[in-house]
Unconditional design. Sequence first.
Length: 83
Amino acid sequence: MSYVDKDADRIVSLIGAVEQNSIYKDIELELHDICSNYKDHGIYLACTELSLIYGRNKNLFSEFKIYDTIDIAIRTLSASIQK
């Protein structure tokens, strides 16, 4: 079963919360719970809204191997500017 089958509705709900500017502790915990389902894998946050939730409390997600594409893009752009 893929995350699409298992967690798509929950992820869409989280995205909606961010779009409504309603990121509270329960939203952070919901993302953490979803990440718990994939703790044995690298987790790519390729959605700006999920990055915003993750960025509010990165320590909460320290047990996971998170790849935040927003952070990656910023580091890559910063490195290219400094060359």
